[in-house]
Design a protein around this ligand. Structure first.
Ligand code: MSP
Length: 474
């Protein structure tokens, strides 16, 4: 039986449409999902929308729409965006769905039965941008550095989660699971945060109309993060989670503490197993500037996709930004890579080889593949496997592009258009076929186009030129 692999993206806020930063995490997750599928796993790949936040209400008020209507419309926009970008998610979870609310209530009950929920007074600062409580030390001159806004001072009766009780269990767990958070440097950050001491967490808000009510107390709504994290269980159900929790939660570094400290503590309290790994991507700026709604510098992934194709955007993001590191996005750099690596690199090589193959078709595989090429193919496969599983997507892609360069040099040297040497031509087609297989998880549409041009009939191979993979930008 195929082994199961459960992978998630964060569920995104719906106060705006997706920007290229959200697309990045989703592309990474999609690449990983496709990779696991290609290795025979039965992949459950969930993404979705985080709808119960106060910012949903604020955003709806701006458009003048009824909140539920606004929410439905935005959830559809997000879902459609992922479809247009070719994301292969198997589920899309919305936190206003009944399956989620049911799970949240069940987990709340389990946590309460454990004695980990109590009523107390919360006095402090709350940032609406983060939807999170802040310490004075988190602020820069009184402002939230992530949202450039002043947190509100709140004082109210809330329910609390005994997060402090889980400090030692968490540290013990980290010790026993050295790969729980990747990259490693992010794991150090989380560990330090937990070592400094955990305060109990306020997990409800009074006098809110939007959000999931606290079981047995309609005057309070569950704090959005506390229930949003539970979406990962809601998507597959409590029993399925107990059998097989998430293999990877892909998240941005901004929300790592929630996933690597608070979420595991909640699961421990609820008596459920912990996810196997949290993989945190870095953040990128746009032309050196932080992506922000107020600055209006958000780049729409659909606009880029229309111009360059989804594969080009995926390629650029995965190749340009080493996973886990911060980076910068600019359309100029995207265009440079498009021209150099895609149009002139893969596109040109593929066109050359397919043209040669078409002219020589049908090809007889008995001619065999040149041993130099066979060796290079094997080496590349090996590197690809290791780098991809280690989240080093940029290096994985670099290895494939080295194989392409090798192929280019090989054509130039062997001049098959003069010699008509069938073994050379067959070797080149085999190399291209391997390139296509290697990029299947990274540039899925491109991979399919190439393999569609190489067909086996009986015991011969028939090659056709196919369409231009990456038209030149003028
Ligand atoms: N709703 C919460 C997550 C709840 S998960 C239980 C949330 N949503 S969000 O819409 O703000 O999305 C945040 C995520 O988007 C980040 O964690 C990251 O994965 C991605 N990114 C947003 N901007 C990004 C960049 N500029 N760069 C890289 N990733 C970015 O937080």
């Amino acid at each position: 039986m195929a082994s199961r692999f459960y992978l998630t993206t964060p569920i995104y806020y719906i106060n705006d449409v997706p920007h290229v930063g959200h697309a990045y995490t989703t592309f990474v997750a999609d690449t990983f999902a496709r990779w696991k599928r290609s290795r025979g796993n039965e992949v459950v790949f969930a993404t979705g929308t985080d709808e119960n936040a106060q910012k949903t209400v604020d955003a709806a008020a701006k458009t003048g729409e009824d909140v539920q209507r606004y929410t439905d419309r935005m959830a559809e926009t997000w879902q459609k965006t992922w479809q247009k970008l070719g994301i292969s998610n198997t589920d899309f979870i919305r936190t206003t769905e009944q399956r989620h609310i049911k799970t949240v209530h069940e987990l709340w009950r389990r946590i309460a039965e454990r004695g980990d929920i109590y009523k107390g007074r919360y006095e402090g600062l709350y940032c609406r941008g983060c939807e999170a409580f802040k310490k004075e030390s988190d602020l820069l001159e009184g402002f939230c550095p992530d949202h450039n806004m002043q947190p509100e001072r709140v004082s109210e009766e809330n329910y609390f989660f005994r997060l402090s009780k889980y400090q030692i269990p968490l540290l013990d767990f980290y010790d026993g699971h050295p790969n729980f958070v990747v990259p490693e440097k992010r794991f150090h950050e989380v560990r330090r945060f937990v070592e400094e001491g955990l305060e109990d967490l306020s997990i409800s808000r009074a006098a809110r109309e939007w959000g999931i009510p606290v079981p047995g107390d309609d005057s309070q709504r569950i704090y959005v993060w506390f229930e949003a994290l539970m979406n990962y269980v809601s998507a597959i159900g409590v029993d399925a989670w107990r059998e097989h929790p998430a293999d990877v939660h892909m998240v941005g570094k901004d929300i790592l503490r929630f996933h690597a400290a608070i979420w595991p503590a909640m699961l421990m309290s609820a008596g459920l197993p912990l996810p196997r790994q949290i993989a945190a991507n870095g953040f990128f700026t746009i032309e050196g500037v932080k992506i922000s709604k107020s600055l209006g510098n958000m780049v729409d992934p659909l606009v880029l996709t229309e111009k360059y194709g989804a594969d080009a955007l995926r390629y650029f993001l995965l190749r340009e930004i080493p996973f886990g590191e911060d980076g910068d996005f600019s359309e100029r750099k995207l265009e440079e890579r498009y021209t150099a690596d895609l149009a002139n690199g893969l596109g040109n090589f593929s066109a050359r080889v397919l043209a040669l193959g078409e002219r020589a078709s049908p090809l007889d595989p008995k001619t065999g593949v040149d041993s130099v090429i066979e060796l290079r193919i094997r080496e590349t496969r090996h590197i690809l496997e290791e780098k991809t599983l280690g989240y080093r997507f940029n290096e994985a892609l670099a290895a494939v592009w080295e194989l392409i360069s090798f192929g280019d040099a090989y054509v130039n040297e062997k001049k098959p258009w003069e010699t008509n040497n069938m073994r050379t031509i067959f070797s080149l087609v085999a190399l291209l076929d391997n390139v296509a297989a290697s990029i299947a998880s990274f540039l899925p549409a491109t991979s399919e186009k190439i393999t569609g041009s190489i067909r086996w009939t009986d015991h011969t191979m028939v090659v056709s030129k196919g369409e231009t993979l990456f038209p030149r930008m003028d």
